[in-house]
Design a protein around this ligand. Structure first.
Ligand code: 9D3
Length: 249
């Protein structure tokens, strides 16, 4: 799959794409990322990419014409673009379901906005999907684009050591409970912190049941909306329901 990224800040992408789990996906060629620096498609002595908004108001607006030239450059390099994704605070919130859909597809063109946004006429002509990361204010679409690439890269076959994403939080719709490793008892001058004994007993059915309860308790306290959704989808067993009823909520 291939992602083309139109951005005013191509240098933001280098470090992330060059390390860890994402690097493996990119080096193995499973995910091809190409950066299209918008400034390269601006004309005139000042290479303008933005201007003041018609009608007044604060900030600057990204101009349609440099974006159009960048889009044409992408098209002449890769042919038709399968999807044009615009990162904007007014988009649909990115979910793991959407990540899975994108991870199984041919890729997309990612448009990273800066300033107050992009001239609406360019968006109306070309954008097929508007995505937000959530209800907080960032300074542009580059970090959201990196978030999407990271989430998509780790779903590529062979990228993770173990296919742990089968159990990911949100994949089965519940949060994952706590994890522990060595030492069995962590001793410090301030005190000793043992691992929950059930994890050391080697009784796998008991461990699975305990983990399920941890997951249910955490989800019920932090994200009751996910419990409601799991219940509506029939993903809670009778044992799950009994355990949830036993929690002092
Ligand atoms: C005066 C209106 N602006 C302030 C609320 C609108 C505005 C425009 C552009 C606010 C932020 C931005 C830059 N943000 C993004 O490009 C962005 C974003 C975000 O800010 N939050 C969550 N997801 C995303 S995706 C892209």
């Amino acid at each position: 799959m291939r992602f083309d990224i139109i951005t005013l800040f191509p240098e933001l992408f280098g470090p992330h794409l060059g390390s860890g789990v994402t690097r493996r996906a990119f080096e193995s060629g499973q995910v091809d990322v190409r950066l299209w620096p918008l400034r390269d498609y601006a004309e005139g002595p000042y290479r303008r990419v933005d201007d003041r908004p018609f009608g007044g108001g604060p900030g600057m607006v990204m101009l349609a014409e440099p974006l159009q030239r960048a889009l044409e450059a992408v098209r002449s390099d890769r042919g038709a673009v399968p999807a044009v994704v615009h990162f904007t605070p007014t988009g649909r919130v990115l979910t793991q379901a959407l990540v899975r859909e994108l991870a199984g597809g041919p890729g997309a063109l990612l448009l990273c906005g800066r300033y107050e946004g992009i001239d609406q006429r360019f968006l109306d002509r070309h954008v097929t999907l508007e995505l937000s990361l959530g209800d907080y204010v960032l300074s542009g679409g580059e970090l959201p684009a990196l978030v999407l690439l990271d989430a998509v890269a780790r779903l590529q076959p062979g990228v993770l050591q173990a296919p742990s994403h089968e159990q990911d939080s949100f994949s089965d719709g519940l949060l994952e409970g706590p994890t522990y490793s060595r030492p069995e008892c962590w001793v410090t001058p301030e005190g000793s912190w043992p691992v929950p004994p059930v994890l050391l007993g080697g009784h796998h059915a008991r461990i699975d049941a305990w983990r399920r309860e941890q997951s249910l308790a955490l989800t019920a306290s932090r994200r009751p909306d996910l419990i409601a959704a799991a219940r509506a989808a029939g993903r809670l067993s009778e044992a799950d329901e009994r355990f949830l009823a036993s929690l002092a909520l």
